[in-house]
Design a binder for this molecule. Structure first.
Ligand code: SF4
Length: 61
């Protein structure tokens, strides 16, 4: 299980700030869309989860 993105919580109108806090570059964003997670590289460190003010990234472990 990796990080789950809840696009209903993402306003999709800005560069995702959580992309920059990921230590392994596992998050990517196309335009202003909600980001996607590369489950192969994600460490489940939860930095992005704690950083997103909208709570759009969740760790359902
Ligand atoms: S949990 Fe950590 S490693 Fe995984 S996408 Fe978020 S910041 Fe990156």
């Amino acid at each position: 299980m990796a990080i789950t993105i809840n696009s209903n919580r993402c306003p999709e109108n800005h560069p995702c700030p959580s992309v920059r806090v990921c230590p392994v570059n596992a998050l990517s964003q196309k335009g202003y869309k909600a980001p996607t997670v590369n489950a192969e590289t994600c460490l489940e460190c939860d930095k992005c989860v704690n950083y997103c003010p909208m709570g759009a990234l969740q760790n359902l472990k």
